[in-house]
Ligand binder design. Structure first.
Ligand code: RNT
Ligand code: ZN
Length: 429
């Protein structure tokens, strides 16, 4: 479709509609201006791995690990320069404060094969310089998958040599994260996820967890001297994955308890639970005990945990919970999905804009009034108001947020993505 096929409302029209929306929200004691302002400041961490199908830039590549990007839409980023260029295009279309979340296999080693346990901050020098230039913070992840060593098991592997390789990698990553934080002046969330598990009926569910715990003790050992105000250590649990349907060593219970003991931050991935289970209800339970949480925004669909984030009821519910509990600043928000079957830049933008929308939507909630109604036993009024909120003129506030942020309004961002596809992506073969 021609670029002109993607309309953009005129700025004047946006301002008018917003003024009338403001009055509607104010009648419910909601300050829309404050909500728009605050929504722009909440950091959302853009994951690097939507751009390269979670493949990495390593010289010797591996595969597997229970996660998989399906599809072969043209234009995958094949090196750091391509991925940075893609991310820049994405950042131009997404309003508000962003960070970039890197995986260890996005190291740039200048064509040299560097073992993962030998990675150093220098291998991310180009990323760090780029982030500095664009004034964005970085987050980080050890890459415990897509590697020939381990055959699916990493930190829980029965072979001590294999475990120690992965421990070495995880420690190296904590040091890299600490260095990234020091250079950017803002903390770097370093999230550990491992694929370890079993497809069917393991005879031993105990051994892998015991070994995993011992390995984690080495990784998060205080005597390593890593500054935990700079490197924010997160651990991500999961219920099941592709090829590990029966058993996941790093289950939710396992990590939540481990994180509590060691004062780490649990990571809740929205796609990592039973399909009828939602993350929203868990936030108030976990934050009663943990100092913070990392939220991986993704969308589970049947057995896949990583579909592109949409502005769904689940997403709204999670953000509403955080706002109602005054807990937005205790949660690190990151995106986590990969779709290789559609334009990857569009996939990025769809999910990131949906995330920002959910933040704004939650901040426009008449939380105080709802709490008051509930406390007064006026349950019907509370429920009715929650329902009425769904048809408030939210779109006017969203357009105003985009206008303030200087990003395209409405679907007009698609014109930029299509132009970028013609100019850049189509030339990648
Ligand atoms: C996998 C986890 C993990 C990964 C990234 C690539 O199920 O969600 O967060 O998606 O590390
Ligand atoms: Zn995740």
């Amino acid at each position: 479709m021609a670029e002109t096929g993607w309309p953009s409302p005129a700025a004047e029209q946006v301002r008018e509609r917003y003024a009338s929306a403001c009055r509607a929200y104010a009648a419910l004691d909601v300050d829309a201006d404050a909500a728009v302002r605050q929504a722009l400041t909440v950091p959302i961490s853009l994951h690097s791995w939507q751009g390269d199908d979670a493949a990495g830039f390593e010289v010797r590549k591996g595969s597997g690990g229970g996660i998989m990007a399906t599809g072969n839409y043209p234009g995958r980023a094949r090196d750091g320069d391509e991925l940075r260029r893609d991310l820049q295009q994405v950042m131009a279309l997404v309003p508000g404060t962003l960070k970039v979340n890197l995986h260890a296999f996005h190291a740039e080693t200048g064509g040299k094969a560097v073992q993962r346990d030998a990675l150093e901050v220098g291998h991310f020098a180009r990323w760090i310089a780029w982030a500095g230039k664009h004034r964005i913070g970085l987050d980080f992840n050890p890459t415990m998958f897509a590697h020939p060593l381990g055959g699916g098991l990493t930190l829980s592997h029965p072979d001590a040599a294999v475990r120690s390789f992965w421990i070495g990698h995880a420690v190296a990553c904590r040091r890299i994260a600490e260095a990234m934080a020091r250079r950017s002046g803002s903390p770097c969330v370093n999230n550990l996820w491992i694929p370890d598990g079993a497809k069917d009926s393991p005879a031993d569910r105990w051994g892998p967890r015991r070994r995993l715990r011992a390995a984690l003790d080495e990784i998060y050992d205080d005597s390593l001297g890593i500054d935990r105000r700079l490197c924010i250590d997160a651990v991500e649990g999961k219920l099941f994955g592709l090829g590990v349907e029966d058993y996941t060593a790093g289950s939710h219970e396992f990590y939540w308890l481990y994180a509590l003991r060691k004062d780490l931050v649990p990571c809740l991935d929205m796609g990592h639970f039973h399909p009828t289970e939602t993350v929203a209800d868990k936030l108030s339970a976990l934050l009663e005990f943990h100092r913070g949480l990392l939220l991986h925004l993704s969308r589970g669909l049947r057995w896949d945990s990583d579909h592109v984030v949409l502005w769904s009821d689940d997403l709204k519910a999670a953000l509403l919970e955080l706002v109602r509990g005054g807990a937005l600043d205790r949660v690190y928000i990151a995106l986590d999905y990969f779709d290789a079957s559609i334009n990857r830049i569009a996939a990025y933008v769809i999910g990131a804009r949906a995330a920002r929308k959910a933040v704004l939507y939650a901040l426009l909630d008449p939380s105080a009034r709802l709490r008051g109604l509930e406390a007064a036993g006026r349950g019907a009024q509370k429920l009715a108001l929650m329902e009425e909120m769904k048809t408030m003129p939210f779109a006017a506030a969203w357009d105003k947020l985009c206008l303030d942020a200087g990003v395209p309004l409405g679907p007009s961002w698609l014109a930029d993505v299509e132009a970028y596809e013609r100019r850049v992506l189509a030339k990648r073969r």
